[in-house]
Design a protein around this ligand. Structure first.
Ligand SMILES: Cc1ncc(COP(=O)(O)O)c(C=O)c1O
Length: 447
């Protein structure tokens, strides 16, 4: 597979030309990668153009992912999510009608930011059973059907997160079938699932029927932080293809990182060669490790093949306590909270790191279980639109004083930026309890 961006930049870096253009480091090596960090000079293309070496590289990615069109993002899924919603709105919005999106409650902050910027109304689909994490919203095709049928007006689209941060994968094919019945496009936050395309049998949302999805390439593929994709299915509404780059550029920097674009470019070559085999081996390794963790007596969560989520309270530890123990033993996790701990290996994780993890876990003595599931976020009570609340005046108050007030920014459990209360919703006593549980001490309210 060709690597047009890498080829161009390498040739330029070796050319010795006078760099009388941005960036200011002029290729002088301070950090290490400066010679390859260029800007949009003649021949280097422009990220938001439909032609040139970047578009050529994106076409390679589109072939690999089997999409109608794939766009690069150098600002992660956070940018792709805004672009995805922007494309849905500019393609489908009816005149004089406020667009409404049905979205699962564990939507990432970027989705809520998009709702503010695009002035969207959002009806949330909630998980109907108690959840072991705020990050989980395990909804079924039937939940989506009920949400569509009880929606105050016809939504523009359905938006779901799959896989979620915990490693749960939704029934995308089933959800798509419901969407199709009602003539609605399915938008998927697949930030955690770029690699799903390269499993023996693809579980990638585009192959499961999603019309459009974002992938954070950097989360699961060998790509620099910030590298991502926006994929549009070949079966999507033809209006989605009108000017997707123009829409993406509305939300993006005009100085995209060439280091990240080279990383996406070279990744195409890896994906088209050794990656599927490396992945197959890694999937077996993760499966075996999950089993060994379960055999030690820990509960695990999720069916995503490359994620290891431990629920350690049954073993007598909170997720944060377990994270601290692992840290003391030179193992750094992806995420922890009072209930869970998330580990993200990849095909590039050496065997010795699995061994270190298992050894560290084996050092723990079992203690009496810590009872309780996370507090449930109560059904949201919307008092004003997301945009009105987010763009209005706001002040910070201690969380305990916020009961009855209206949330002005999205109050998130940080990380992974999943909302407890979204902007424009009333802050209830229950919401305050949940915020305290996740360490949110102050909250922005409308004034
Ligand atoms: C579910 C989900 N969606 C979107 C994002 C944003 O992705 P990025 O960091 O690539 O902008 C994240 C980040 O953690 C996430 O967990």
């Amino acid at each position: 597979m060709t690597t047009p961006i890498c080829d161009y930049v390498t040739e330029y870096a070796l050319s010795g030309k006078a760099r009388l253009h941005m960036p200011g480091h002029k290729g002088v090596t301070l950090h290490g990668l400066e010679p390859f960090d260029i800007t949009e000079i003649e021949g280097a293309g422009y990220l938001y153009s439909d032609t040139g070496i970047i578009a050529e590289s994106e076409q390679n990615a589109s072939i690999l992912f089997g999409t109608g069109r794939t766009l690069y993002s150098t600002e992660g899924s956070s940018l792709s999510i805004k672009a995805m919603l922007g494309i849905a709105v500019t393609s489908l919005k009816k005149e004089n009608e406020r667009p409404l999106i049905l979205a699962c409650r564990n939507s990432h902050k970027a989705f809520l930011d998009a709702a503010c910027l695009l002035d969207l109304d959002v009806e949330f689909i909630m998980q109907s059973t108690p959840s072991p994490s705020l990050c989980q919203c395990f909804i079924t095709p039937n939940d989506v059907r009920s949400a569509i049928e009880s929606s105050p007006k016809k939504p523009l689209a359905v938006y779901v997160t799959s896989p979620d941060y915990m490693g749960n994968i939704l029934d995308i094919a089933g959800i798509k079938a419901v969407c199709k019945e009602y003539g609605l496009p399915l938008l998927v936050d697949n930030a955690h699932g770029a690699y799903l395309k390269f499993l023996k049998k693809s579980l990638h949302p585009i192959d499961q029927g999603a019309d459009i999805c974002c992938d954070s390439a950097h989360k699961t593929l060998p790509v620099y932080t910030g590298g991502g994709y926006l994929h549009i299915s070949g079966n999507a509404d033809e209006r989605f293809f009108d000017d997707p780059k123009g829409v993406m550029s509305l939300f993006a920097s005009t100085s995209p990182s060439y280091l990240i674009m080279q990383s996406l470019d070279i990744c195409n070559r890896v994906l088209s060669s050794e990656f599927p085999t490396l992945l197959e081996t890694a999937v077996s390794k993760v499966k075996q490790t999950r089993q060994e963790i379960a055999d030690m007596g820990f509960d695990t969560l999720g069916k995503e093949p490359m994620k290891l989520t431990i629920l350690p309270r049954g073993f007598g530890y909170t997720g944060d306590e377990l994270a601290a123990h692992l840290r003391e033993n030179d193992v750094e996790c992806e995420y922890s909270d009072p209930y869970s701990l998330v580990l993200m290996p990849s095909p590039y994780t050496p065997d010795k790191d699995y061994e270190r993890l298992l050894y560290a876990l084996s050092l723990l003595n079992r203690k009496p279980p810590i009872e309780g599931l996370p507090l449930l976020t109560p059904k949201p009570i919307r008092r004003m639109s997301i945009r009105e609340a987010m763009l209005g005046r706001a002040g910070m108050v201690p969380t305990g004083d916020a009961v009855g007030l209206i949330c002005a920014r999205t109050a998130v459990s940080c990380q992974p930026s999943i909302p407890i209360v979204t902007a424009g919703e009333e802050i209830t006593e229950q919401a305050v309890r949940v915020m305290r549980e996740y360490g949110v001490e102050r909250v922005a309210v409308t004034i």
